[in-house]
Design a binder for this molecule. Structure first.
Ligand code: DC
Length: 692
């Protein structure tokens, strides 16, 4: 995935609206594994599409499972409309030798290690499991220690107790399953979950008993495991949280269809959002609710204790601000380790200190989350004390809030949590502060579209959405430049010329004379135009018809140039252009972006290139498309259009007084983009921040 270096979040002031959650990570990866081990085909609805599920899927394919996507959900983060059909191995290895790369997905590494260790030991095989550098710092020794006494051969390929691992064995090998297995439960509950997911593969003639040594943390995740095992035909008997019996004769059977519910940990950011900023219309979160099987749903109670007003429906949460400021909290978070991070950020908006305890497991997650959270909360102005398994957070005094560059540690939850620190204006910060989040795309681990979802719900302080205006004459390359700058920054794009082109085209379609000002203005005011997003970026529909090519035609350009000189037409398109300024920012290209439409733009660029150069570019472009053209004609045409654009009475083409001029005659497009981004880095809203 394309990663942008940072994302600037202007001060935010309100939140409202509906968000549909992506599928639960914990459920998705467990269901994938269970479906892959089971007999038969499972139709999985609403599977999460993210980095962590992607590595699991790739591993299962490498092991010989058949995965078939139906619908459009792949890669869009919200798999709500999509179905994945998984045909399982029925407990028999199809591939006996594989190297599996599992990124930083603990939910893939631990259960696959357990399952493949048992399968290799009995059916013969040799499997190597590795991940990113951080995965190799995340412990797995307790799981290995539980498996070796059974007769599994597990080689440490790096530091003992950590991935990478090699799991191997000979066909016909026997496992010592008569005595109970022992596993520690106080570092990660995933070791127990991994065993429970894998042992049914070998519990054919006898019960297999697992005993937990020490206190079991994160019990709700073990409940998810038990719940999903039951759906695949395995009824594990549980005696307290200390002893689990996988019954003899266990065999995975596909339930046929599984629906993955929305991710309750991901819901926590939107619950917090509603508690902080939904003062009017609520934030409605669809995909989890009162019926959720995920432990993190209990975050809702903690959020309520801090002041959130939450109504839980069966499969949705409706959240408003209740008390404000929020109330500080003292809480043992053992049961909700992931969602508890969100409480740490809510603590910024409390009327007093908060203390989170029982969070030692944070230290072995995607990063050392206690240290990371303490550092970043301090960066925005809080006073934080950290202990081995606790955080004590004193919210900033209003005047102590700071703009900050926030590090995200390749940890999706750090990025999602810290985005919520942008509401400092609501906490009384006298001059509300923007935030710069580094490596925002790390959210792809569990929620690829998190920021799109967030920005779909929140409002920035008036005038705070940053705009970069790029103006210049025709064929100067501003469209390409603007599109690439927008992509680099992760911002919206306005090709204002397309609005004038569409108006000209619509007028021609309707047989309206191009100088009939009132009628052309009426067409502009009622323009039924849609710009493609995502995979359809660059395509445009006018009145439901794809006009992407017609818009670029020379005749349309000429018509645009004529209708754009009519003041009533420019007026009619003004509001539409302003509406493109949406979070997190807008790159707008045209003739009057910096002078008339966005006079307050944070950066204005005026592109120039000689008429000869521009005519040559256009000539090459047309010839490459097989359209005959004469250079001299094109040049005359360009110059005529420039003259009209520059001499018209309203909004003539000219550089804004504060525009940076960029002559790109001799520059590659990459060099032009780099120049604009360098200017932005100099002039952006976060200038003067101390680098970190
Ligand atoms: O950038 P372009 O070639 O797509 O623009 C088409 C015409 O629209 C151009 O002749 C000038 C006019 N235009 C304008 O007047 N104001 C803008 N902001 C953008 C384009």
């Amino acid at each position: 995935m394309y990663r942008i270096p940072h994302l600037d979040i202007p001060p935010l002031v309100a939140a409202a609206g509906t968000v549909r959650l992506p599928g639960s990570k914990s459920i998705s990866n467990r269901v994938l594994l269970l479906a892959a081990l089971a007999e038969g085909t499972t139709a999985v609805h609403g599977l999460l599409a993210s980095d962590d599920t992607e590595v699991m899927r790739a591993a299962l394919v490498a092991l010989g499972c058949t995965l078939r996507d139906e619908g459009s959900g792949v890669g869009d983060g919200d798999g709500a409309g999509s179905v994945l059909h998984v045909t399982g191995l029925a407990g028999r290895l199809a591939v006996h030798d594989a190297q599996l790369f599992l990124g930083n997905a603990g939910t893939a590494m631990r259960p696959l290690a357990a399952a493949l260790a048992l399968l290799a030991a009995t059916q013969g095989g040799r499997f190597e499991l590795s991940g990113v550098a951080r995965m190799h710092e995340r412990p797995i020794g307790d799981l290995v220690d539980a498996l070796r006494p059974l007769g599994c051969t597990i080689d440490d390929l790096g530091q003992p107790g950590y991935p990478p691992l090699r799991l191997r064995g000979e066909r016909g090998g026997h496992l010592a399953l008569a005595a109970p297995l022992q596993v520690r439960g106080d570092v990660s509950s995933q070791f127990l979950s991994a065993l429970l997911l894998a042992l049914p593969l070998v519990a054919d003639t006898q019960d297999v008993v697992v005993e937990v040594v020490g206190e079991l943390i994160s019990k709700p995740y073990v409940e998810i495991t038990l719940n999903l095992l039951a759906r695949f035909g395995i009824e594990v008997r549980r005696e307290g949280w200390q002893r689990f019996v996988v019954p003899a004769g266990s065999r995975y059977r596909s339930p046929g269809v599984v629906h993955v519910e929305g991710d309750a940990s991901s819901a926590s950011y939107f619950v917090a959002l509603g508690a902080i900023a939904a003062t009017d219309t609520p934030v409605r979160i669809e995909g989890v609710g009162a019926q959720s099987i995920q432990g993190d749903i209990r975050f809702v109670d903690a959020a309520r204790a801090m002041g959130a007003d939450v109504t839980a429906e069966a499969n949705a949460l409706v959240v408003r601000r209740g008390r404000w400021p929020l109330t500080g909290i003292a809480m043992d978070c053992t049961a909700i380790p992931d969602a508890a991070m969100t409480l740490a950020v809510m603590a910024l908006y409390a009327d007093g200190p908060s203390t989170l305890t029982g969070i030692a497991s944070w230290r072995v997650k995607e990063t050392d989350r206690i240290a990371a959270m303490a550092a970043e909360l301090r960066a925005v102005g809080a006073t934080v004390e950290e202990g081995p398994d606790r955080l004590h957070i004193v919210p900033p005094e209003p005047q102590a809030w700071r703009s900050a560059t926030i590090r995200t540690y390749d940890d999706h939850r750090m990025a999602m949590c810290m985005s919520l620190a942008a509401f400092n204006g609501l906490a009384g910060a006298p001059s509300p502060r923007a935030l710069r989040l580094l490596d925002p795309k790390c959210v792809a681990k569990t929620f690829p579209d998190y920021f799109e979802a967030l920005f779909g719900l929140v409002q920035a302080a008036p005038g705070a959405v940053p705009v970069i205006a790029i103006d210049g004459p025709t064929a100067s390359g501003k469209g390409t430049l603007a599109a690439q700058v927008a992509a680099q920054l992760g911002w919206h794009l306005l090709d204002s010329g397309a609005l004038y082109r569409a108006t000209g085209l619509a007028a021609m379609q309707d047989g309206v004379a191009l100088d009939d000002e009132p009628r052309v203005a009426a067409i502009a005011a009622g323009l039924d135009l849609r710009f493609g997003q995502g995979a359809e970026a660059g395509r445009v529909w006018l009145r439901g018809q794809d006009v992407s090519d017609a818009l670029r035609a020379e005749a349309t350009g000429l018509a645009a140039s004529r209708v754009s000189s009519l003041p009533a037409v420019r007026q009619a398109l003004h509001g539409l252009q302003l509406s493109f300024a949406r979070l997190p920012g807008l790159v707008a290209d045209g003739r009057d972006m910096g002078t008339v439409v966005f006079p307050g733009a944070a950066l204005k660029v005026y592109l120039t290139a000689g008429a000869g150069e521009r005519a040559e570019r256009r000539h090459k472009q047309l010839i490459s498309k097989g359209i005959p053209a004469r250079l001299a004609d094109l040049r005359a045409d360009l110059e005529a259009r420039d003259t009209r654009d520059m001499q018209r009475a309203v909004a003539p083409l000219k550089p804004a007084e504060d525009a940076r001029k960029l002559d790109n005659s001799q520059l590659t497009i990459e060099a032009s983009v780099a120049q604009v981004l360098a200017w932005w880095a100099e002039r952006g809203p976060l200038q003067g921040l101390a680098p970190r």
